[in-house]
Design a protein around this ligand. Structure first.
Ligand code: ADP
Ligand code: MG
Length: 349
């Protein structure tokens, strides 16, 4: 028998609410100069001087947004922070603090919450944000996790979804679609495991996809790169629900149309192989998959020179007059209207 190192199970009831908060937060320190008071009082106290404050919240519900059967708690904690700081980066702002609220049933031992907080603390460190508060309560069933991120920016640097112009270029960072196929691979392995628990999956061929699903990173680097290029996007959004649905958000809020070119959409070679294996259309996954946490933005045409040789960026299309609509131009040069199917719709197929 293999000893399970996580065998120790301390019941939440042993600690009580205040004991648990103390247990989870006693080693949290703050590093942002703007954090005047973090955890420990009725409220945190923050100083943003002459900066504007950007705030974003996400709520994650077990069984709806995550499945602990293939999402280790440490990864869940990490990802929950990433999702939030990604929203702050998408405003062209710098994340500075987060609050963390959890509701858990007594099915979870203290050790499980330690793992969750290991992930949260690791992400907070890697994105340079202070954990300045939160709330801890019980739930009847399952786990609910909500994180709020705060960030700062100069007023003139903030990018909204609404700023895209009719002739702007559409640009995406990194590659898209991998996180969705990572989930498909994990779901398949879970089914195999149910039938044959002895089976040790060989996941090498899927490593990038699984990493994109389980340990996504927000594009912490892009704000600095844009600044160095003296480039301010006209509009920006992060890719959480899928390229297609994010493009539609930018278009609707900016009052423009868009042509997205299928042949330009950046995908990883591993995604191409796995889509073949699963017999799924690569472009469908790339535009509808979601959870990529890349940044999607528009720039004025005359700024093309600034990004054209930069490996972080791919121009995937251009905006048009609103009356022209929002289309995917396929490799065969046909025009298909883009639909916001997003993450959930794709799951139901
Ligand atoms: P109150 O009853 O005034 O809301 P709590 O006893 O809930 O205060 O919380 C005490 C302190 O611990 C507060 O600073 C709060 O922000 C912080 N806190 C509570 N739960 C968490 C958590 N899950 N993660 C981080 N900080 C927390
Ligand atoms: Mg409270």
């Amino acid at each position: 028998m293999i000893e399970d190192k996580n065998q120790q199970r301390t019941s939440l009831g042993n600690l009580g609410e205040f004991g648990l908060i103390e247990h989870l937060t006693h080693d949290i320190t703050t590093a942002q100069p703007g954090t005047l008071k973090g955890i420990g009082d009725d409220g945190a106290v923050l100083d943003f001087k002459d900066k504007k404050i950007v705030v974003s919240t996400d709520l994650l519900v077990e069984g709806v947004h995550f499945d602990l059967a293939y999402m280790p708690l440490k990864h869940l904690g990490y990802k929950a922070v990433v999702v939030n700081v990604s929203d702050i980066y998408a405003m062209n702002a710098k994340p500075t603090q987060i609050t963390v609220s959890i509701a858990v049933s007594n099915r979870f031992p203290v050790e499980a919450l330690d793992e969750l907080y290991d992930g949260i603390k690791l992400a907070a460190k890697s994105y340079g944000v202070d954990i300045v508060g939160g709330d801890t309560t019980s739930s009847q069933k399952g786990m609910i996790l909500s994180i709020t991120a705060l960030g700062e920016a100069n007023a003139e640097d903030i990018t909204y979804r609404s700023g895209a112009g009719e002739t702007d270029l559409l640009v995406v960072t990194g590659d898209v679609g991998a996180a969705y196929m990572g989930l498909k691979v994990l779901e398949r392995e879970k089914e195999v495991f149910v039938v044959n628990p002895q089976n040790q999956p060989d996941l090498d061929a899927y490593s990038y996809l699984i990493e994109r699903q389980l340990k996504p990173e927000a594009r912490q680097d892009i704000n600095g790169i844009l600044k160095a290029l003296e480039l301010k996007p006209t509009a920006m959004i992060d890719v959480s629900d899928g390229l297609s649905s994010e493009i539609i958000h930018l278009c609707r809020q900016s009052g423009v149309g868009c042509n997205l070119y299928e042949e330009k959409i950046p995908v990883d070679p591993q995604l191409i192989n796995v889509c073949e294996e699963f017999n799924i259309d690569i472009t469908t996954v790339a535009i509808n998959g979601g959870e990529d946490y890349e940044l999607l933005f528009t720039i004025a045409m005359e700024d093309f020179e600034k990004i054209k040789a930069n490996p972080n960026f791919t121009v995937i299309g251009h905006m048009t007059q609103e009356s022209e609509g929002i289309h995917l131009i396929t490799r065969a040069n046909t025009k298909i209207p883009l639909k916001a199917r997003g993450w959930n719709a794709l799951q139901e197929e």
